[in-house]
Design a protein. Sequence first.
Length: 319
Amino acid sequence: MKKFIIRLLILIVPTAVLFLGVNFLYKNTNHWKAENNVYKFNFVPDKIQLANLGSSHGEVNFIYDDFPEYTAFNFGISGQRHSYNYVILKQYINTFEKNAVVILPISYFEITNIETAKNKKSKRPVYYRFVQKKYMQEIDEWKYSDYIKFNYFPVFFGNRIFQKILHDITENRMNIFWNRTKYINEEELDNYCQMKFKGWTHPNEEKGEEGFMYNFNMVCSIIELCKKHDLIPVLVTTPITDVLNGYFEEKENFFNTFYRFTDELTKKYPDVHYFDYSHNKEFSPNHKLFSDGDHLNVSGAKKFTDTVIRDLKKAGILQ
């Protein structure tokens, strides 16, 4: 029995050491740090004056580098729904200055859609990395075993682990904007827009009036949270190419429902501004400002951020 235990230990100990060593190396790669753009949450500043929430429509469409006079932060993450916008804002609410402006993107896919349980589960590992338990539990499932696995042992679920360890990316490539300088050709754009239209109108997430009220109430919760803490919420629909808009124009009542959503919000909160850039002529027909059908490239994002800040100043919202 003693020999068996010794042999077992001889087998287990080196394996465990190897596993922990690989996990340590992987956790310290820039690949892992930059994954899903969550590394930025280690650097949330104090006294924020201007910020945006949102999915990728917030994440890649706002670049504040040209406005050093503002303490600004981009809380957007790809695929982020209103529920996580709410808890992330709640978690970081004390980092904002009084009367700070909080931009909340209102996107086409967040009007009558409700995220499926499968999609929500697939995104959960992202939020285990920076959303505190007490906030995450307000809207989602939280398991200690998953928290440990996703936060401390990424080697369990990562892919191409050894390749990423041996061929790490440089620090400049940790920035999500490092390769978003190009635009796609017209054929690629049309193919993308067809795919995006089908994805956003897929029956798995389409819930009609139930989805409308769910999303409406979530946005109201974000607005109320802002007001409670003396922040200024601003609703924004980011630019969409005319190609993608063309597909949605063919869907019966889509835009009627979309604008009913924003109209009811501004009716309930008459002091909350809504800026709609979805069909803006400076952006929508200018495909060279986009990296695809609904996301701006770096040139487009800088131009858009400049436009939004100019409009916020003009409206007397931002000083």
